[in-house]
Ligand binder design. Structure first.
Ligand code: SF4
Length: 297
């Protein structure tokens, strides 16, 4: 591919395991792109539906003196990745061309066992929101570089909030990657519930948009974060019915709210019980159990 001069802003590149859902436990390379169209300030709040009661420590935190994202704490309230979209953390982001990013991802996972080859390693594009327009462009360019290198990931996930419309070039690219290059594209779609994330249903729940992903992905999942309230379970049931009606038949995964180990322990057993009784799959955040409350794992 001809080198593009476009540069893209990203928060993090790291190598770890996938901690959630279908690919949990897979060795995974990560690119966290900057910007999101939602804020999800309701996570972890006593009443996610009442913004006047929110505690939002990321807003009060003084990040001016910080040099690295890894120095930030993991927030218990609001989006646990606010550093990947809030303008106040912009100075901690990186800006590079897609070729540079592609090389940095490979350098991050290269070790004595893989010699810098993808082998069975899974690639995860996350955010922020990795299906925003600029992120669609960036990730296609990165994949094209790896195709040119004749060494590319065979399993690729986008961790999306399911609100972004895929462009025609993006759809054709992934159809071709699937049909000609044998890449399995997985859309991990996590729609945000009003009673959990505090995002309005009109803005955050887009079943018809997610149905478009069926056309060019190989597989996917619907992953819902829940807080155990009755209102949340009721909203979950009606939301899933809307996705099913739109033709999205992917498995349902349920995760307890709580970005930290302590936060998850308050709820995880109860939420898991309610979820499996309804026939849904249960997901923990394996990386937080393994490595604690850290950014970049
Ligand atoms: S969609 Fe994800 S990254 Fe965006 S604000 Fe919500 S939780 Fe954070």
């Amino acid at each position: 591919m001809k080198n593009s001069n476009n540069t893209y802003v990203y928060s993090e590149i790291f190598d770890s395991v996938q901690g959630e859902g279908h690919y949990a436990g897979f060795p995974s390379a990560w690119l966290r792109l900057f910007l999101c169209n939602l804020q999800c300030n309701g996570f972890g709040q006593d009443d996610p539906t009442d913004p006047s009661t929110y505690k939002l420590p990321y807003k009060d935190f003084d990040a001016v003196e910080l040099n690295r994202l890894e120095e930030l704490p993991v927030w218990e309230y609001g989006c646990d990745s606010s550093y990947s979209w809030s303008k106040k953390f912009k100075h901690l982001q990186h800006r590079k061309t897609s070729r540079e990013i592609a090389d940095l991802v490979r350098a991050e996972f290269a070790n004595e066992w893989n010699g810098g080859k993808w082998l069975d390693r899974h690639m995860c594009f996350t955010g922020g929101e990795p299906l925003m327009k600029h992120a669609q462009l960036c990730t296609m360019e990165i994949m094209r570089h790896w195709f040119d290198d004749e060494d590319y990931p065979l399993f690729v996930t986008y961790e999306s909030n399911g609100t972004q419309i895929p462009g025609p070039e993006f759809i054709d690219f992934w159809k071709d990657a699937r049909d000609r290059m044998g890449v399995e594209l997985f859309i991990s779609c996590s729609p945000k519930l009003w009673n959990v994330a505090g995002e309005t249903t009109r803005k955050a729940i887009k079943p018809e948009t997610v149905a478009r992903y069926l056309d060019f992905s190989s597989n996917g999942q619907l992953k819902f974060v829940v807080n155990g309230s009755q209102a949340c379970w009721d909203e979950l049931d009606s939301t899933i019915a809307r996705f099913r009606q739109a033709g999205v038949d992917w498995p349902i995964w349920i995760m307890p709210v709580g970005a930290t180990v302590e936060g998850q322990k308050l709820l995880d057993g109860d939420v898991a019980r309610m979820a499996y009784q309804r026939g849904y799959k249960v997901s923990a955040r394996v990386h937080t159990y393994l490595w604690g409350n850290l950014i970049g794992v």
